[in-house]
Design a protein around this ligand. Structure first.
Ligand code: BG6
Length: 447
């Protein structure tokens, strides 16, 4: 099948141990991949330490294809080992801190200039920290790689439940008729987390909730909800439709954004006491096209909140009140709820009337047959797609730049002034986030 050499920079890092090695080991065990070698590169460990750890965690079979090399990604000489890879395809995976991406790409690129092997490069998020840095990274990648060789990861797109948005919308005729401004009042996309920054202060304090989640994962989910059906199931056609959505979103103004920080954040190890970083962000977006004109998309995310819940709630318009007057009680709006985590299913929330009673909101559930779609499963999907050269679930150059361009006016304002409201640990976030939606006579939902 696929004879390739997988070179994992950051092979001894947190993401590698938690997601990449377990996923590769599982794919190998299931016979879905046949790598010639998986070479982990890092500065801190040694082969004598690394391989036994791999063996004890993932078994003999996976360990037998693993190798380990000490590499300092800023040192061009440390990349010479690549020259000894003979004819096989090489997949380079950058699971390293973002400030090292440029060195790694240059050093890999220079070695590859003298080689004819097929190659791919995979880049973890964050892809840049603003529009300019994302463009710079794209230009550098294109110095050495073709777009069809570049895989920019957004692991949310590997989640089965997120891909299911696509099947749910385009394989069920009943929804197409209502999937527009005539029937949908608004859309809510929430990624609430009960965990904090989990020792990631070096990264998180520089990025914050807006760049960590809204700019990528949540905006990507919005494009899945809003896109037009592609003319065929093809990576380019699907990404073309997502790009059209991104081009139609109006850059949000300051009054449509809320930032928050949980109490005690500045006391977290590694966080500056005068940090301006937000751990919560909410934004209201409008997609100015024929399908969505006037329909707000509310996006919110935060850490140390009451619960973990990744959900999309599509709220349909209210029924005319004349009917409610006639029967003496008022139905709520119908809702389509796409639950991504921790529960994974789709609910159609209908209004029915119990005998001699008010309306009841009654969920009609469609289970996707998954208890909890973990991000490890997302990594398995994405790794298999990379190996099989399917770019559908990876961000294209224009997609990633448009997603930064959309928020660049806000990022420019925040360089001068950033208002961040404190919220209580274990709450649903800052009060202004409720105001953002309440002032439109709407409310946040979590089901
Ligand atoms: C990552 C963010 O991309 O996604 C984290 O950097 C966040 O801050 C994580 O916790 C959430 O992903 P999941 O799959 O665990 O919901």
């Amino acid at each position: 099948m696929n004879n390739f050499v997988f070179v994992l920079f950051g092979g001894n890092g947190d993401l590698a141990w938690k997601k990449i090695h377990p996923s590769l080991a599982k794919l190998l065990k299931e016979g879905k991949i046949s790598p010639k070698k998986i070479i982990s590169c890092s500065r801190e460990s040694s082969k004598d330490e690394f391989i036994p750890k791999i063996k004890s965690l993932f078994g003999e079979e996976y360990a037998s294809v693993c190798d380990y090399i000490n590499v300092d990604v800023t040192n061009p000489k440390d990349f010479n080992f690549i020259k000894s890879i003979e004819k096989d395809e090489i997949i380079f995976y950058l699971s390293i801190p973002p400030n090292l991406f440029e060195s790694a790409i240059k050093n890999i690129g220079h070695v590859l200039l003298d080689m004819t092997n097929k190659r791919k490069i995979v880049i973890e998020k964050p892809f840049g920290y603003d529009l300019e840095s994302a463009k710079r990274l794209n230009n550098l990648l294109h110095t050495f790689f073709l777009e069809k060789e570049i895989y920019r990861i957004d692991h949310f797109l590997g989640k089965e439940a997120v891909q299911n948005i696509f099947s749910f919308r385009f394989a069920n005729y009943i929804f197409e008729g209502i999937w527009n401004k005539n029937f949908i009042d608004h859309v809510q996309i929430s990624a609430l987390e009960d965990i904090g920054i989990e020792g990631r202060s070096a990264y998180y304090d520089k990025f914050g909730a807006f760049k960590d989640m809204i700019q990528n994962h949540l905006t990507q989910m919005a494009t899945f909800i809003a896109m037009e059906p592609p003319c065929c199931i093809d990576a380019e056609e699907i990404r073309n439709e997502k790009v059209k959505v991104l081009k139609s979103i109006e850059p949000p103004s300051m009054e449509n954004v809320v930032l928050g920080r949980y109490e005690g954040y500045t006391m977290e190890p590694g966080v500056k006491p005068d940090s301006k970083t937000e751990t919560y962000a909410a934004v209201k977006l409008y997609i100015d096209n024929l399908r969505w004109h006037g329909v707000p998309f509310y996006l919110r995310t935060g850490k140390k909140l009451k619960t973990k819940a990744t959900q999309i709630v599509i709220v349909l318009k209210k029924m005319p009140t004349s009917f409610a007057k006639l029967i003496g009680c008022e139905p709520k709006e119908n809702k389509i709820v796409i639950k991504i985590a921790p529960i994974t299913n789709i609910e159609l929330r209908l209004e029915i009337r119990a005998p001699n009673s008010d309306f009841l909101s009654c969920p009609l559930e469609v289970s996707m047959g998954m208890e909890n779609n973990t991000s490890s499963e997302a990594y398995e999907t994405l790794l298999l797609d990379i190996i099989n050269s399917n770019q559908t679930l990876f961000l294209r150059e224009d997609e990633v730049e448009l997603a930064w361009a959309l928020y660049q006016p806000l990022l420019d304002i925040w360089k001068e002034k950033k208002d961040v409201e404190l919220y209580e640990v274990g709450s649903y976030g800052p009060k202004s986030a409720d105001m953002l939606i309440n002032k439109d006579n709407r409310q946040w939902y979590i089901f």
